[in-house]
Design a protein around this ligand. Sequence first.
Ligand code: PEP
Ligand code: MN
Length: 475
Amino acid sequence: MSLLSTELTGGKESRSGNTVSWTPSSWKSKPIKQSPSYDDQAAVDKSLAKLNHLPPLVPFAEIDRLKDNLRKVAQGDAFLLQGGDCAELFDYCSQDAIESKMKLLLQMSLILIWGSHKPIVRIARMAGQYAKPRSSPMEMVDGKEIPSFRGDILNGFKTDERTLDPERLVDAYFHSAATLNFVRGSISSGFADLHRPLDWGLGHVRDPELQKRYSDTVESISDNLDFLRATGHDTGSRELSTVDLFTSHEALLLDYEQSLTRVSKSHLDQQGTSSASAEKLYYDTSAHFIWVGDRTRQVDHAHIEFLRGVQNPIGVKVGPTTSSSDLLTILRTLNPKVEVGKITLITRYGAAKVGSLLPDHIKIVENSEYAKSVVWQCDPMHGNTRSTSSGIKTRQFADILSELEQSFVIHKEQGSYLGGVHLEMTGDAVTECTGGSQGLLDDDLSLNYTSFCDPRLNEKQSVELAFLIAGHLKQ
Ligand code: PEP
Ligand code: MN
């Protein structure tokens, strides 16, 4: 125990040769963006001490298992589906909200298995996606300037809850834990049993040709499942009766991430004393997969410093402002041992820019020592945000699809493998993105716009996108 607490609170950097050694708090000596300034540091310290004491949210072995899976994605033998809310609220920690997200991820992954004939790795943006980077710390609401909403882990969306509240750090942990508990319980009791009839709900598709294509696909998936059942091939098959569902969030709030970082005991000998020969391995147990956002990935800043020391697979958002040389420096900093699948490059340029920017990023990586070792994932959401004439933040389905399709073509031309997608989506019938086969228009957005941050694909738009991706994977 004393070992753990010294590991986690000691912040002194030491230099060995010209490499600065890493500790869970070495990020504190670096410049940092998007960092909160609390009024009451004693209350923050109290929350962090509590978090330090609580058990890991996810076990080391599951983090390692995800890493194994991502190695297969990097090698072209699996496909990664990652999705969920832009900003997860504590309020989403309820049975219906969690079930509808799980159902959507499962349904989409079934479509992708059918399209790709490859295993699908599923990562939810869930059970911890509570901190949001903001372009401005303040915003105007009803003519008054108030602090921006920064995610439930920091403050509340209600205008009278915008002061940063240190108790929310611990609340975040318990909402993550409750979400994870329900996900685990549901999966182990058969929620993900693909033998159960799936309600595909394709009635919304207006175009008869598209409707036919989708129902043919569903029929073909159902026939295959029936065939397996009839021939007895699925008896007791774990593949069809249960799945892995991993969790992820942006590692934005480093105090929180640090306090859930634990050292693997594998370097201790039988008596529990530290053995000099074994390497200490640190895991950020707040989630299986964590990523660094577009606003905080500066090579010499705090977020990259923190992430370089943990065993977790790490995502890096890559956008129009990422220089090719920074990209290589980030890879060399985060993954000096060139572990295959350790880093997922989450590209998000926008439909208008992907054609001119992605090829050079692929070339610089694939012509370096990182060739065939990263997971290339397309986030077709964050480069395609626009405002309607009445000021509503939205995204067009056609732009999302276009960035995805261009990315598939570019990777094929470059000889690299587009191994995954990263989506903001929800199982609910929201009206936040326009287009899709429902034909949502700008004027429809106010019908059911419930996101507290970026606009998400609704259930129908998400399933439709999965069909379109499956079509690409089949080629
Ligand atoms: C996000 O994923 O919600 C996000 C803020 O993305 P980015 O850092 O790419 O802008
Ligand atoms: Mn977002």
